[in-house]
Design a protein around this ligand. Structure first.
Ligand SMILES: NC(=O)c1ccc[n+]([C@@H]2O[C@H](COP(=O)([O-])OP(=O)(O)OC[C@H]3O[C@@H](n4cnc5c(N)ncnc54)[C@H](O)[C@@H]3O)[C@@H](O)[C@H]2O)c1
Length: 276
């Protein structure tokens, strides 16, 4: 257990967390943080090798084994395309068979990734291809919805659970690129509010985080970045670190936020308060 958990008592021991898209990037930092706080953790990705795409891990199984050894928690590695209902059912069943019922669900898988795997080009509201549009809808809104549909009924039956979905700063402001992606993140924000209301009588909390630009390896590898925005100094005029996203998610996952539901937490250093 880390120092923060020891001092604050914010332990997640006894929890079972499924974090989609946690082989790399922000999800990987979240899996690491939750395991550090004592949660048993299911890491998930679309393939065993997706975590290696930008050099963060050799394999999903390797990540699960490392977290178990480092944090002394139970872990498992599950695979599945979140846009495929049968694969989602299988990955949730595999998680629950290995670790028990899911009490924390983090829907982190997603991104502005088109049909061919990279960023759509063109990527505006009128010129993006239909294939890229459908891929982004599936990877973000449909995927988040399918995983919620597979996990939340069990949480409702058990009268407890914490769900954290992933929006984006681009879901809150008008943009001229990443338009479809921004629309789907806005849809996830509103879906979260509706689910929070639906789950309220059942004691299940549903919140959404909306990061601004954050230094996942894919973020750094797939666009021009500003060196002046790197680092983690006191200025808020910079990119977020993955650990800064993970800290907010850990708060929403755990007992310190037990009366918080239906909320949107923008993790953007107030960038979204100003015109883009
Ligand atoms: N990095 C940022 O600047 C930023 C900003 C705002 C929001 N976000 C959101 O945060 C989340 C994580 O982003 P990241 O930067 O860590 O990206 P990333 O590409 O490193 O991580 C996304 C993960 O989701 C997985 N994934 C993608 N499509 C999938 C599918 N159909 N089925 C299963 N797994 C799938 C990927 O393989 C990967 O492991 C995404 O939802 C993204 O939209 C990121």
């Amino acid at each position: 257990m880390n120092e923060w958990a020891r001092v604050t008592g914010a332990s997640l021991a006894g929890s079972v967390a499924l974090i989609t898209g946690s082989g790399r990037g922000l999800g990987r930092a979240i899996a690491s943080r939750l395991a550090d706080l004592g949660a048993d953790v299911a890491v998930h990705d679309i393939s065993e090798t997706a975590p290696a795409q930008f050099g963060e891990e050799k394999s999903l199984t390797g990540l699960a084994e490392r977290l178990a050894a480092q944090c002394g928690v139970r872990t498992t590695a599950v695979l599945g395309d979140i846009a495929d209902e049968a694969q989602v059912a299988a990955m949730v069943a595999a998680t629950e068979q290995a670790l028990g019922p899911v009490s924390i669900l983090i829907n982190c898988a997603g991104g502005d990734i088109g049909a061919a795997g990279g960023k759509p080009d063109p990527n505006g509201g009128l010129d993006i291809s239909l294939a890229d549009t459908q891929a982004i809808i599936n990877r973000n809104f449909i995927g988040t919805m399918l995983v919620c549909r597979a996990v939340l009924p069990g949480m409702a039956a058990r009268q407890s659970g914490s769900v954290i979905n992933f929006g984006s700063l681009n879901g809150h402001r008008a943009v001229t690129s990443e338009v479809v992606y921004g629309c789907m993140k806005a849809a996830i924000v509103h879906y979260t509010r509706c689910l929070a209301l639906e789950m309220r009588p059942h004691g299940v909390r549903v919140n959404v985080v909306s990061p601004g630009p954050a230094m996942s390896a894919r973020f750094l590898a797939t666009r021009p970045t500003d060196p002046a925005m790197m680092g983690d100094g006191p200025s808020l005029d910079r990119y977020a670190t993955p650990e800064e996203i993970a800290g907010v998610v850990a708060f929403l996952a755990g007992p310190d936020s037990r009366f918080v539901s239906g909320q949107v937490v923008r993790i953007d250093g107030a960038a979204g308060l100003y015109p883009a």
